[in-house]
Design a protein around this ligand. Structure first.
Ligand code: SF4
Length: 366
């Protein structure tokens, strides 16, 4: 395959094929320069030099989980001494720790001691205390788990959540949307088709979601290309994804790491290549591409801004999931630090809300 021909396609408004995406991902080290440049050109043609971030706080409402995903260092066994379930009062206290946040991001685990009613009481408490704060919460896996245990359909589950103040769906639990990979690293999780079905239902109800991919473990370039294609097809159908977030796997204290199957994080170059290929593969269908500063570090995240990335994600303030896996890049960044970092990279910082409305720029985008 001719590299220039592939790289010019997205810039000319044509979609890359899965084979072309996999081909780009298989380039040898040191060969990604033209891929980064093409992704940067495409991003700047969509987003200019703006780089956004969201002032948010993560709140994990429980850490107990009956699943045992091979990449997870966060979960505790239900009943363990360190297992917890937050009350509505505690969630409100967490949400109030940093005045002025625009979003709370609330996920937990699959805890048989937590009910859908309890989750709704958490959301309602946040909504009542901080009505201006957007509640971005629950993965499709959690929607299925808590909804089924309440005897509700997916649609009924979302309706109940919306009544409690729910704002948008986390596009996590996606890992790699290829069932042969899922059977290996997360056998207790929902299938690819079911993940798509739940997200499609959310989008049909007007509930937006993010989209994610966990990479840098046992997957191959073919799996990554398939994952991107699943997301692109759904985005072409619904337009409901706000963004795509590649999440490099942090292996150190996870079952995959302890078993010696994955001992190191993906290299910086490979991580940036995944972001760049994603930008090129989605073309104009997915305007927003986020990089995870808490997994890669702010220095690498800023390098990503020249590889097709236009969003630094959240301030997080209370990040535990990556830290427990052995993440080494911090758990919080305040908005001023985010904005300063973006300026240092020669880009224009823009604070946004969950749904990508710009909050402090002269031009709103939504
Ligand atoms: S990734 Fe989520 S579902 Fe899997 S073990 Fe961890 S908390 Fe449970």
């Amino acid at each position: 395959m001719d590299l220039d021909t592939i790289l010019n396609k997205p810039l000319d408004g044509h979609l890359l094929t899965e084979e072309e995406a996999a081909h780009l991902l298989r380039l040898p080290p040191g060969q990604f320069g033209p891929v980064f440049e093409a992704a940067d050109r495409l991003n700047q043609s969509i987003n200019g030099r703006r780089v956004s971030y969201v002032f948010n706080r993560n709140i994990n409402f429980t850490n107990a989980c009956t699943a045992a995903c091979a990449f997870c260092a966060y979960r505790a066994e239900p009943g363990d001494a360190d297992a917890f379930i937050l009350t509505p009062e505690e969630v409100v206290e967490h949400a109030g720790r940093t005045p002025g946040i625009d979003e709370v991001c609330m996920v937990g685990g699959l805890n048989p001691q937590v009910t859908l009613d309890h989750i709704c009481s958490l959301f309602a408490a946040v909504r009542d205390a901080y009505p201006e704060v957007h509640i971005h919460a629950l993965s499709p896996m959690e929607v299925q788990y808590y909804g089924e245990r309440a005897g509700l359909t997916v649609r009924e589950t979302f309706e109940k959540l919306l009544d409690a103040g729910y704002g948008s769906l986390c596009g996590t639990a996606a890992e790699i949307l290829v069932d042969e990979v899922r059977r290996d690293i997360c056998p207790a999780k929902l299938s690819t088709d079911r993940w798509v079905e739940i997200v499609r239902t959310a989008h049909a109800m007007g509930i937006r979601s993010t989209s994610t991919m966990l990479f840098g473990h046992i997957e191959t370039p073919r799996h990554v290309a398939r994952h991107l294609a699943v997301l692109r097809d759904l985005q072409a159908e619904t337009g409901g994804f706000t963004e795509f977030i590649p999440l490099p796997f942090v292996p150190y204290r996870t079952p995959l790491g302890r078993a010696g199957r994955v001992t190191e994080m993906v290299s910086k170059e490979r991580a940036l290549a995944v972001h760049a290929v994603a930008r090129l593969f989605f073309g104009r269908l997915m305007p927003n591409l986020q990089i995870s500063w808490c997994k890669l570090g702010i220095k690498t995240a800023l390098e990503g801004l020249a590889c097709g990335v236009n969003d630094l994600g959240g301030t997080l303030l209370e990040e535990h999931i990556t830290r427990r896996a052995g993440g080494r890049h911090g758990q919080a960044m305040m908005p001023d630090a985010m904005a300063d970092a973006i300026r240092r990279a020669g880009r224009v910082p823009v604070r946004r809300d969950t749904l990508y409305h710009y909050l402090d720029a002269p031009v709103r985008n939504g």
